[in-house]
Design a protein around this ligand. Structure first.
Ligand SMILES: Nc1ncnc2c1ncn2[C@@H]1O[C@H](COP(=O)(O)OP(=O)(O)OP(=O)(O)O)[C@@H](O)[C@H]1O
Length: 259
């Protein structure tokens, strides 16, 4: 079931370097939130703090709070590996397991999560997830072929199918279309639109039009200068951010005056 995320005064460090400072925001459930801002302002770092991937980097640490439906993500009782399997992530470059078949790719997370899957159960997960990722019709006759035999756009949708196979609460996407052609991009954007009825989606994008097309809310991050931490400048409904933003810096960025 989709969950809301509440972030309270979050600081993100790489060793002594404060990369992101003082972020507080509420990400509503079953909606798409876009993270935008100039290179280096900490969008990916922030995204990775939402499923505890940030701390996988040696020396990286977190101060502050992230709550998912009232549960603190950084509570010592939370198992980060189990949590990462519950919060799906899709990366810039499609990364299917190259030697695994299409079906096995979809099942990879479920196999890690659970006991043995029965054949019927496995087939049901494969079909449901591939349908969910708008890929079923294109691959249903070649489920045993390697994931790497698909086109780039199909591979990215396969990765989305893999992420939703475990029915995550939240789906994090880090520039999921940046390596895709316009047609594949449009398909992934359509998919994001469909998926938001079931998932809470947070997407990092450099593409302003994409943020405007796919998201309900937009968070603009900025940094005061090189070596300074990134900060959240404003978060508002996307229509407002792109028409009458609260902050001058947001307007300047959106209209291409910097970044
Ligand atoms: N593994 C790391 N070790 C040390 N510093 C890092 C690491 N990863 C990122 N940083 C630094 O943290 C800051 C934020 O980087 P991040 O990649 O989150 O920004 P971004 O907004 O996603 O950038 P881009 O739009 O270019 O992808 C940058 O100053 C970056 O150099």
């Amino acid at each position: 079931m989709a969950k809301s995320i509440v972030v309270d005064d979050l600081d993100l460090y790489y060793k002594d370097f404060l990369a992101v400072e003082g972020v507080s925001m509420t990400i509503p459930a079953t909606s798409v939130t876009a993270l935008i801002g100039p290179s280096g302002c900490g969008k990916s770092t922030f995204l990775r703090s939402l499923n505890r991937m940030h701390e996988v980097t040696p020396g990286a640490r977190v101060e502050g709070k992230v709550m998912i439906d009232g549960q603190s993500l950084y509570d010592p009782a939370v198992d980060p590996a189990a949590l990462r399997r519950q919060i799906g992530m899709v990366f810039q470059r499609a990364n299917p397991f190259p030697k695994m078949s299409i079906a096995e790719n979809v099942l990879a997370g479920s196999r890690l999560n659970s006991k043995r899957l029965g054949r019927d159960e496995a087939e049901e997960i494969v079909e449901r997830s591939l349908r969910g990722a708008n890929l079923w019709d294109e691959v249903k006759d070649r489920l045993k072929k390697p994931g790497s035999s698909l086109s780039g756009g199909q591979q990215q949708r396969l990765c989305i199918a893999r992420a939703i196979a475990v029915q995550p609460q939240v789906l994090l996407m880090d520039e999921p279309c940046s390596a895709l052609d316009p047609i594949s991009t449009a398909r992934v954007e359509d998919l994001i639109h469909e998926l938001k009825s079931e998932y809470t989606i947070v997407i990092v994008t450099h593409n302003m039009q994409q943020a405007a097309r796919v998201s309900d809310d937009t968070a603009f991050f900025n940094l005061a200068g090189y070596g300074k931490p990134g900060r959240l400048v404003e978060m508002n409904p996307t229509s407002k951010v792109f028409s009458t933003p609260d902050e001058r810096a947001t307007e300047d960025y959106i209209s291409g005056r910097f970044g």
